[in-house]
Design a protein around this ligand. Sequence first.
Ligand code: ADP
Length: 620
Amino acid sequence: MSQKANSAQQFEYKAEMKQLLNLIIHSLYTHPEVFLRELISNASDALNKARYRMLTDKNVLDADKELTIRLEVDAKAQTFSIEDSGIGMTEDDLINNIGTVARSGTLEYLQKAKADQKNAAEELIGKFGVGFYSIFMVTDEVTIETRHAGKDSKAYRWNSTGEGTYTIEEIDKADRGTKISFKLKDEYKEFSEEDKIKETVNKYSNFAEFPIFLGKDNVNTVSALWRKSEKEIKEEELKEFYKFVSHEYEDPLDHLQLSIESTAANFKALIFIPASAPFDLMRNPDRKSLHLYVNKVFIQDDCKELLPEYLRFLKGVVDTSDLPLNVSREVVQSSAVMGKIRSVLTSKVLNWLKALANKDKEKYATFSKNFGPLLKTGLNSDFTNRDKIIELLRFDSSLASIEGQTSLKEYASRMKEGQKEIYYLSGDHREALEKNPNLEYFKKKEIEVLFLTDPVDVFIVPSINEYDKKPIKSIEKGDIDLMPEDKVDKPEDNLSKDLLGVFKETLKDKVADVVPSKRLVDSAATLVSDKDGMDPQMEKMMKMMNQGGAMPAAKKVMEINTDHPLIKNLSRIYIQDAKSPMLEKCITQIYESALFIDGNLPPAADFVKRMTEIMQEATK
Ligand code: ADP
């Protein structure tokens, strides 16, 4: 970069910038015009902010200035500029909003994605939006000149080649707002032609709520799309509007248009489900969400009060006539009107999701995979809509044909004659769950078991307690209601009774009890929780969260498969020599193997040593 005047201060981008730029450029090269949508969208946001500020505060720079976006191009010189009379930027804004990748964790995510060999840039970019930096696809150097709307603001020039550094210097600029200018790369010089710009503005940016001028000509029609009737709106318009308001890159998965006139609330809304989830969906509550308008006038972006937390993945606008234009943030936060809008909106959104699930299973499966984890958290926070949310949940299950997506209702409809409970098993992966010994009985009986592989599952499913009067139960619990034909106790022979005694004596305090099992088929033993005990997966997570804190693991009950050849062999050894050291060795090994399967085996030195001894003995 050429050295600027001495007064210009040089700054360095955060490290991830370069990687991000590369990614943006490589995934967008087939849609270079996206930069124009981003710039107009940013200008429109800035104008919205200026307009809102003037509603509440007359002490603004250029209070009478027209709210417009002006484009200038010069085909000969291959230059482009866009100027808005919006809110402008302070020096801090330039550093914090333009100079850094807004979202922490982006780099971490990129690295992880790379490690996963998932370098599909298209997919990645959908996860964090495109933004201002799409500009570097069509140019090598950008200049921003800006002055904030505050009365005492100073003006600045920002300049960068997007390569690692940028400069900021103070300049003279009389007017409020932002001007962004650059020279186009040769291969994109068409964006310095008036016709191309007109065409692109028409395609992308008819949703700006402010007039856009190209030279002297107004090139857009200002329209509040959400106020049109559904029939009037074309599919293509909807998609473009979505991208415009949400700064998303992919088409939306689905949309909902609402026009509510009731005693409770009056509003219009146009709401979208994104095609994919951001990589930090669960961790970042500050994601962009719905924008609030009052009678077509923008009031606030990302208005948290419009939807409960668990629906914060939705994008779009809500436009109400129930609030005054000069409504302040504080009023938005506390007003009863907002509460009513939110409750009507939430209920409509949940109905929409339900309809989507019935109408288009595949689409709903995509939705559920992407946003299900967040939606589920609503169970523990929105008690009014609990029943509706329960119907929207989808789980993986032991039935392969379900392909990871069953509702509780569908599960209930498949229950076996005589099956009284809904069963689940929790763990990290399907593959691990399929090998869990506790599943053996259910496999043999062809009873379906829900596989809770989503980390939030164990926090919400136990709290559902029952569905359609059927208790929901972990198959790792000791008190499973077996099928009627399996309830009769086998006559207990004295021998296995004695052997259980040896197990108890050997394991002592390590287990709460040792009992004969009715659920094991192929395995010799398993550990189950007490009927009031915590779900083992939940216990594991709590332990992780406490990180060695004071949470003693609850003692488990060991169940023994008395039909298993190994247990029978142990009985035989016991008859021959009750003091045989092999008994203790094998019993301890069986216990630790069960711990191992549950992922609870402490550092395994003894386990391996003992196993070697046993193998040595067996191969003698
Ligand atoms: P996004 O718009 O998705 O937040 P961008 O990278 O496009 O991401 O923009 C980053 C930020 O820079 C914006 O959120 C805004 O704060 C600021 N910004 C960009 N363009 C303008 C503009 N024309 N006027 C004022 N602020 C702007």
